[in-house]
Ligand binder design. Structure first.
Ligand SMILES: [Zn+2]
Ligand SMILES: [Zn+2]
Length: 219
């Protein structure tokens, strides 16, 4: 069962087809392109969805979509077959929500850009996901409280500044926190993340800090 879902779009170079009869071939073309370029059988994404509500589930489990090992192993990756200038339709949003829910990852949805520096999955889908990715016409999603299995926010006070990182159990940095500080001088974004995910925050000692930097190639 995935820990959550990730939203993607095809983006630049692709345009959603007006005629649904053409979507099968478009999706097959994307998958074939991935396979030719060294991705696993079935392509980078677990699933595609189109503007007409069509869905193509290629496989479940580990994917190659998100540029982040933990996310690829643990999150159901759904790609909207839209380009950068296409506005997602209600049928697409409904299909995307159903794709995550049926895979078991509907409780926690993030855009690709949460994990990796990218414009994916575009501003309209990102805004929708930030609002909880509700099914159009459906009930508003409830608050999600998910624990990041095996993940912790580690922090250190160094030269009077607090540094905070979400790390996997092997000290791989998943995400850094910065921005305005809140209680105890922590970045408010780290406090919000810990509260929303029930993720623990633990202070690092100097040796752990050194290991974290080395492990992630930051020194
Ligand atoms: Zn993406
Ligand atoms: Zn279609």
């Amino acid at each position: 069962m995935p820990e959550g879902g990730v939203g993607h779009y095809v983006g630049a170079g692709q345009i959603a087809r007006a005629d649904h009869a053409e979507c099968d071939a478009q999706v097959a073309g994307i998958v074939a392109y991935h396979e030719r370029n060294g991705y696993r059988r079935g392509g980078a994404y677990n699933e595609h969805v189109c503007q007409h509500g069509g869905r193509w589930l290629h496989y479940t489990g580990p994917n190659q979509a998100t540029g982040n090992t933990w996310a690829n192993l643990n999150l159901h990756a759904v790609c909207a077959v839209i380009g950068s200038d296409d506005v997602p339709t209600p049928a697409l949003l409904t299909a995307m929500r159903a794709a995550w829910d049926e895979a078991g990852g509907g409780g926690w949805i993030t855009p690709h850009s949460y994990w990796f520096q990218t414009a994916c999955c575009g501003d309209p889908l990102r805004a929708w996901i930030a609002a909880g990715a509700p099914a159009p016409g459906g009930p508003a999603p409830g608050p999600t409280h998910r624990r990041h299995n095996g993940m912790t926010i580690l922090w250190i006070n160094f030269n009077s500044a607090v540094y905070a990182y979400l790390v996997a159990g092997d000290l791989t940095i998943i995400k850094g926190f910065d921005g305005p500080t809140g209680a105890y001088g922590f970045p408010q974004s780290a406090l919000n993340f810990a509260q929303a995910t029930n993720c623990g925050m633990v202070q690092m000692n100097g040796a752990e800090w050194k290991r974290l930097l080395e492990k992630n190639g930051l020194v």
